[in-house]
Design a protein around this ligand. Structure first.
Ligand code: ZN
Length: 204
């Protein structure tokens, strides 16, 4: 690993590695301090050293956040590319892989509040094709080939819907014709028929 500029995200990542810190949730990226639990983290954020760091940080906050965000995103996309290519994959699974790396940038130091924010951002930026399911967010790294496939899938789905609508309309028309001789009351009724019984009736 090359010599990183002091204070840069890379520098901090290197220091984290040097310290051999474990991946844990209660980590202050700004102070590079690992706390044991929520309470410890709270205590830390009230500490004088953190407050002092915060003042220093405030002058350069947006630059720090930009750096961390960029670093986070680069590492993330690199992992996605290496592990999954352009396969569609559960966002949370990749995130678990990502934070499994001791050197990772903690999300609370980036511009994104949650993984969902980050995933949506990837979608908006066109870096991934994202979709939400009952099992959470999924994404797929973008490539010209992936985009083409997606367009084809969408076209196919649209054609399917159109064909279904057409069939429904035809069946509805059939009801109209069948009930015509039963008078206006039924004539005005439109429905999808399941089964034609005879000239005047149908199961709706
Ligand atoms: Zn701190």
């Amino acid at each position: 690993m090359g010599k990183a500029e002091k204070g840069s995200a890379k520098y901090i990542a290197n220091r984290i590695k040097a310290k051999g810190l474990q991946k844990l949730r209660w980590y202050c990226q700004m102070c590079q301090k690992q706390c044991r639990d929520e309470n410890g983290f709270k205590c830390h954020t009230m500490s004088e050293s953190h407050q002092r760091q915060l003042l220093l940080f405030a002058d350069n906050a947006s630059k720090y956040i930009d750096d961390f965000s960029k670093e986070f995103q680069d590492g993330y996309m690199e992992l996605l590319k290496r592990q999954y290519g352009t396969k569609r994959v559960n966002a949370n699974k990749v995130y678990q892989d990502y934070i499994g790396n001791r050197e990772h940038i903690h999300m609370n130091a980036t511009q994104w509040e949650t993984l969902t924010d980050f995933v949506k951002w990837l979608g908006r930026e066109g870096k991934c094709i994202v979709d939400e399911t009952e099992k959470g967010w999924f994404y797929q790294r973008s490539s010209p080939r992936v985009k083409k496939t997606r367009v084809r899938e969408k076209t196919r789905a649209r054609e399917k819907t159109r064909a279904r609508d057409r069939r429904r309309r035809e069946r509805a028309r059939l009801v109209k014709i069948i009930t015509k001789s039963l008078g206006d009351k039924f004539f005005k009724r439109k429905a999808v028929i399941e089964r034609v019984i005879d000239k005047y009736g149908a199961q709706l």
